[in-house]
Design a protein around this ligand. Structure first.
Ligand code: SF4
Length: 246
């Protein structure tokens, strides 16, 4: 086996630590180490989202973003924001992650999930599911940062979530993953705890789009309570099974 550089060894150790924390039993070796270590991983499929032949596409993500505008004041969250964080990723992704709202890092950079929680989400996508971040689409229920990172209020979610629903209709993913209670409530209102809607694949209808929803914990919650990472991994495996990523 060719030797690893100290930098590669450090990255590999971090990678294996991630696998252990999430209780991932089958080692999925990232491509960067595959050349140095004789453990291979199948290349994750990159497939366009299914669109019936002749289907007329609705508004594009660009048109939806233009409708939202660069100075939206539909709810009070506009008061403290620096930037509107619309979302980013593959406009034809098979999998869309929906979080709650931007935090300080996201507000500063105008990109979703770029702070510590975003790094964990990247690891879940890349090290866990074997996908690249650019293959999925990532957005939030509210596009502006709630003050002090508080949970968005009902009127704020109500004002902004129509744009989320339009984003889903434009992307037409096969799977949607709600990260945390705010996203789950916006997509599939429920009573009770988040645990009551986790661990199951829910049918999800958004306008003419029929897709599927899996609810899991928000990465920020997993940073606070790492003991739930294995439960989150179980949820991600539901998605991977539906997308043929096992
Ligand atoms: Fe507009 Fe959404 Fe920002 Fe509220 S959170 S001001 S609805 S973009």
């Amino acid at each position: 086996m060719p030797s690893l550089t100290p930098d590669a060894r450090e990255k590999l150790a971090a990678y294996l630590r991630f696998q252990q924390e999430f209780g991932i039993e089958r080692v999925r070796m990232p491509a960067e180490f595959a050349a140095a270590a004789p453990i291979s991983t199948p290349e994750a499929p990159v497939r366009a989202a299914p669109r019936p032949a002749g289907e007329r596409l609705g508004a594009t993500l660009g048109e939806i973003q233009a409708d939202l505008g660069s100075d939206c004041r539909r709810c009070k969250l506009h008061q403290g924001r620096q930037t509107i964080v619309f979302g980013e990723g593959n406009p034809q992704a098979e999998l869309v992650f929906v979080g709650e709202g931007p935090g300080a890092d996201e507000d500063a950079q105008g990109r979703p999930f770029v702070g510590r929680g975003g790094q964990l989400l990247n690891d879940m996508i890349q090290k866990g599911m074997g996908l690249r971040r650019e293959q999925v689409y990532i957005c939030n229920v509210v596009k502006c940062r709630p003050p002090g990172n508080r949970t968005p209020e009902a009127d704020e979610s109500a004002a902004c979530s129509p744009f989320l629903l339009r984003q889903l209709q434009a992307i037409r993913p096969r799977m949607v993953c709600a990260l945390g209670a705010t996203a789950a409530q916006a997509l599939r209102p429920y009573k009770g705890s988040l645990a009551s809607v986790r661990g199951v694949i829910h049918p999800l209808r958004v306008g003419d789009l029929e897709t599927q929803l899996v609810v899991t914990y928000h990465p920020a919650f997993l940073l606070r309570d790492p003991s739930q990472k294995r439960e989150a991994w179980n949820d991600l495996q539901l998605i991977m099974g539906c997308l043929g990523l096992r």
